[in-house]
Design a protein around this ligand. Structure first.
Ligand SMILES: [Zn+2]
Length: 140
């Protein structure tokens, strides 16, 4: 497209990079192009909508103290279930699963450090005790 749209006829959507959309305003929406009019009016993905409170309570209960991979696995299963039933958006599920993966990686690192410190403690040389005054065997 070689024609430059005027500011009044251009979509008012701004990308996260700060760049403004170059499409023409749609006839269906006063400010946005057809693509961004659909995105801004989608009922299931309002920006920064709080997570379903019941779902977040279930996730928090399953998570416990995040001390074992099994707890994180249960949380990811609940997130998957919430996504399938439309209780959570794909974006929220992606963010939560990324956090869960980060927790799993940190658990692995903590486990590795604990094992290596236990091995270092086991590999320390044993203390050798010399006894100089043992009774001698009786010899004729
Ligand atoms: Zn647009």
């Amino acid at each position: 497209m070689t024609d430059q749209l005027s500011d009044q006829t251009r979509c008012l959507y701004y990308f996260p990079s700060g760049r403004r959309c170059r499409q023409a305003v749609s006839s269906e929406h006063p400010n946005f192009c057809a693509t961004h009019a659909r995105k801004t009016s989608a009922p299931d993905s309002p920006p920064d909508a709080p997570l379903d409170e019941a779902l977040s309570a279930e996730i928090a209960q399953l998570a416990g103290d995040f001390s074992s991979p099994a707890q994180v696995n249960l949380v990811m299963g609940k997130i998957f279930d919430g996504l399938l039933h439309g209780r959570i958006s794909a974006k929220e599920a992606g963010v939560l699963c990324y956090i869960a993966q980060t927790i799993l990686n940190s658990q692995r690192t903590v486990g590795y450090l604990q094992r290596s410190s236990a091995q270092a403690a086991a590999a320390k040389p044993k203390r050798i005790v010399y006894i100089n005054d043992l009774p001698q065997p009786l010899r004729d």
